[in-house]
Write a protein that binds this ligand. Structure first.
Ligand code: BDR
Ligand code: CA
Length: 308
């Protein structure tokens, strides 16, 4: 199986991304690291422990990462994910305990000792990945690629900026300019992965505890998306990035120049996609385009069937 490291801020859709990867034999999760994002770091770490335990990832280390963005103060999204980041289902107290090592150090150590290059799957603000690249430049050669959820041609936090990029644009810029292969599952793509009632029942049909938990997550998540954005379904943003790390046929991509705006009166945190190649710059990002819904939903259901 292909080694991956998941860096996340669970987060309803982060939790589902973990379930998807945990139940997919094509990938081997080497570690889960956490970052401040949807909720404060103590919450996202606890949630990652709960979700990893529910996914049966007994031997996969969970390590806490950055609690603050590189240069800004943290923003959180309680109106979308609730105060704890994972509101809705009743949450068990995790038995699993967090590693003593910082998430960035653990990732660096895994990369330095890797037998084959590892794919990084960040589904929160990119703070940890930026720290990793700055503090441990030697690990780059052992990073196969970075498949992230973030950005897009429009925003959900501001008209121009998607939450993960807005929350730490300086970090995002470091990642986008790293020279590493980056695949960006932005909002244009993730808003095609809509879990409505039909999809929710389809997933529940997997019949496992993880499937029932997923359905409860979706009830809450769809509720906030309905009241905030008028959506009739919940977009499974982060699960799209996880899905691509498992199977590259799940969505199409276009290789384009992309810059991250770190200032700007109206556009801070925007991913500026040069779709018509006006800059003449070399492409640096594989921008996600069209989702194959059949592949996506069946991957997710099969994964949930394999979990406890
Ligand atoms: C992203 O922000 C968070 O709310 C989600 O977990 C996802 O990673 C969507 O903009
Ligand atoms: Ca997330």
């Amino acid at each position: 199986p292909k080694p991956i490291i998941m860096d996340c801020d669970p987060g309803h859709d982060d939790a589902i991304a973990i379930f998807l990867a945990a139940g997919s034999p094509e990938v081997d999760i080497q570690a889960i690291t956490t970052v401040s994002g949807n909720a404060r770091i103590e919450h996202t770490t606890k949630n990652a422990l709960i979700v990893a335990e529910m996914a049966g990832l007994r031997n996969v280390p969970v390590a806490e990462g950055a609690g603050e963005p590189l240069v800004r103060t943290a923003v959180t999204a309680p109106h979308i994910h609730g105060e704890t980041g994972l509101e809705g289902p009743e949450l068990p107290e995790p038995e699993k305990i967090v590693e003593g090592q910082h998430g960035v150090d653990l990732t660096a150590e895994l990369l330095l000792h890797a037998e084959e290059p590892i794919t990084l799957v960040p589904t929160g603000p990119l703070t940890n990945i930026a720290w990793l690249l700055k503090r441990y430049p030697g690990v780059k050669k052992n990073i196969k690629d970075i498949v992230l959820m973030g950005g897009g041609s429009y925003g959900n936090w501001t008209p121009a900026a998607e939450f993960n990029i807005y929350a730490d644009p300086e970090a995002a810029r470091i990642v986008f300019e790293s020279g590493l292969p980056v695949t960006m599952a932005g909002l244009d793509l993730t808003h095609q992965a809509l879990a409505g009632d039909e999809e929710k029942e389809f997933l529940r049909g997997a019949g496992t505890k993880a499937a029932a938990f997923t359905a409860e997550l979706l009830d809450y998540f769809a509720g906030t998306y309905r009241s905030l954005f008028g959506f009739f379904a919940a977009p499974l943003h982060d699960a799209c990035a996880a899905a691509f790390s498992i199977n590259e046929n799940v969505f199409s991509t276009e290789h384009l120049p992309v810059n991250v705006e770190t200032s700007g009166t109206y556009t801070m945190g925007m991913t500026v996609i040069d779709s018509l190649q006006t800059t003449g710059k070399a492409p640096n990002v594989h921008v996600a385009r069209d989702l194959n819904n059949d592949v996506f939903w069946s991957m997710l259901k099969k994964a949930l069937e394999r979990l406890p």
